[in-house]
Ligand binder design. Structure first.
Ligand code: HEC
Ligand code: HEC
Length: 385
């Protein structure tokens, strides 16, 4: 019989048997009463009673057998399903190969995980951050700017060179020069809450933080400790031998970016009628000056493999020069100020070459740390080591 029909039909038969048993019991009671009150009918009734009693016994026996059989078949079905899922899961896990671009584990693995609820909630929080923390957010309204994590961590942090999370679970806790401390995953997530989302940090014990961590760790399951899989993070764009040019970037912006991000950089409504907007690139609803994207090299690397939307590292749509000039233009527009200027980079000689706020360990001006040319600064920093 069809597997999916077997169980319901069996329970139906069982139900019918129980109804039958109730009917037989009713009759039994009726005949017993009758035998007591009408003595003359006693013999005739005795035969009926014997028959009904054996019927009752048979019904009980059937019910017992079916019930035990039902439990056994339910248990076997459950056991087989579990075994099949486990076998399927085993074959789906990506195998780490340092020469190959890391691929995020299949979503089925999240759905069938013991921790599925938490992992999938984390994915939701990352792709639809506005729904939870935006103006009408259901967790903490009005607590971030106009972006989702996914605005910058594409495909919920699972796209090769799309600023993904592939290396997080394998490399954290990590000593970071920006804070001068050993950073855990929740600390790093909160960095993005406070800088890229220009908001306030999450309670690290909250279910939301636990969910984000669970999802990020899921993406790196199978990456050996310490390893950075190929395709993780951002591409590196070769620095120019001239300063990046905001004026050139402005012209490129009009032709290649304004259709989605708006000529005023505030994002326009998506054409699908969903009411969603393309994300803002500058202004009060954008990332602040302490965010990674405010560094020209991070911005250039991000757009090289991802913008205009649809570009990939295999199919970039911007030349290296265009990336730097666009980065110079967008990061010259107004945006929320740096809230951690005094605390960041406690060792100034560790400041990255494109960190545009002095004081520096070298004598290059802030202007050059912002726009380049960067090669002389990179060469200077190499000599320091
Ligand atoms: C405005 C863009 C932006 C937004 C929005 C954003 N991030 Fe980030 N995030 C970055 C950049 C840029 C980096 C650093 C990339 C680099 O330096 O290579 C980063 C790094 C990270 C890292 C560390 C990655 C690594 O490999 O070390 C984590 C974890 C992270 N972000 C989580 C989040 C989460 C969670 C959210 C949402 C709550 C979020 N980010 C929102 C831009 C953003
Ligand atoms: C076809 C529409 C489209 C075009 C054209 C486009 N973008 Fe985007 N851009 C997006 C979308 C959509 C996202 C957010 C991705 C997501 O949520 O999955 C985004 C995100 C970004 C982000 C990170 C989030 C933020 O708001 O800071 C930057 C930076 C960015 N784009 C820069 C550019 C630049 C520079 C260009 C021009 C070269 C460009 N984009 C062209 C659609 C577009």
């Amino acid at each position: 019989m069809d597997k999916s029909l077997y169980q319901p039909v069996m329970w139906l038969v069982l139900g019918a048997l129980i109804v039958g048993l109730m009917v037989v019991n009713g009759w039994l009671a009726w005949f017993q009463r009758k035998a007591m009150t009408e003595a003359c009918l006693k013999d005739a009734c005795a035969q009926q009673l014997r028959f009904l009693k054996s019927a009752r016994f048979l019904l009980w026996a059937f019910i017992g057998v079916l019930f035990l059989g039902g439990i056994a078949s339910w248990y076997t079905a459950e056991y087989t399903a579990r075994k099949e899922t486990a076998a399927k899961r085993k074959n789906l896990w990506p195998v780490y190969d340092p020469a190959k671009i890391w691929e995020a584990p299949d979503l089925f693995l999240a759905q069938s995980d013991d921790n599925a609820k938490l992992i999938l909630y984390g994915r939701q929080l990352i792709s639809n951050t506005q729904d939870y923390f935006g103006p009408e957010g259901i967790v903490r309204p009005h607590s971030i700017n106009g972006l989702n994590c996914q605005s910058c961590h594409l495909d919920a942090g699972a796209k090769a060179f799309g600023n993904n999370y592939f290396a997080v679970s394998s490399t954290y806790p990590l000593m970071r020069a920006r804070s001068g401390t050993l950073e855990t995953i929740p600390k790093r997530v909160n960095d993005c809450f406070e800088r890229s989302l220009n908001g306030s940090a999450l309670d690290t014990t909250s279910r939301e933080m636990q969910a984000i961590i669970a999802y990020i760790q899921f993406l790196g399951t199978g990456v050996p400790k310490g390893a950075k899989p190929k395709g993780s993070g951002l591409v590196e764009v070769k620095p120019l031998d001239r300063p990046a040019d905001p004026a050139k970037g402005a012209a490129l912006y009009t032709g290649k970016c304004a259709s989605c991000h708006g000529s005023d950089g505030q994002g326009v409504a998506m054409p699908d009628g969903s009411g969603n907007h393309y994300p803002p690139l500058w202004g009060a609803r954008s990332y602040n000056q302490a965010a990674g994207l405010f560094r020209l090299s991070r911005f250039a690397g991000y757009i090289k493999a991802n913008m205009p939307f649809g570009a990939t590292f295999e199919n970039p749509q911007l030349s290296d020069e265009e990336c730097w000039d666009l980065a110079a233009f967008v990061n010259s527009q107004p945006r929320p100020e740096h809230p951690f200027l005094a605390a960041d980079w406690p060792k100034i000689e560790k400041k990255p070459y494109d960190h545009p706020f002095g004081p520096f360990a070298d004598s290059f001006p802030e202007q050059q740390h912002k726009f380049g040319p960067f090669e002389p600064i990179i060469a200077f920093q190499k000599n320091l080591k």
